[in-house]
Design a binder for this molecule. Sequence first.
Ligand code: TYD
Length: 139
Amino acid sequence: MKELYKIIKIKTIGNLVTKDLSGQLSFFESDKDIPFNIKRIYYITKVQANSKRGYHAHKKLKQLLFCPYGKIELYLEDDCDSQKVLLDDPSIGILLDHTVWREMRWIEDNSVLMVAASDYYDENDYIRDYDDFRKYIGK
Ligand code: TYD
């Protein structure tokens, strides 16, 4: 069965838990660590807690969502499943590789949502209406 999302463990070096205050470094490489070629990176910053964004799905675009700082809750839905996922670990990425409706809720002020995407920005790839999304996936 198709998975709603896949968890990608982002390679991470160094850790505050080991009492090393110089922090940690995370990285992933196009095509090697994630299953697509990255054409675009974008990030959402300066968001207040309880703000919501998203409310769309993509027809073709593949994306890796990750949160290098703070805490963000995702609501994800496809033709088979729906789930909430908490993004609060810079070493975890959420891969969305098919048509998935997403809503994001900021749990903490100034949490950062970063996205690596498989293609350039194209408004025609968006489905921004929930009923259109349901029709598109045949739900
Ligand atoms: P959108 O993807 O709708 O973000 P969110 O769901 O978080 O609100 O994008 C918000 C606006 O930014 C929208 O007008 C499209 C524009 N935009 C670009 O021009 N280029 C991009 O790469 C992205 C992601 C958005």
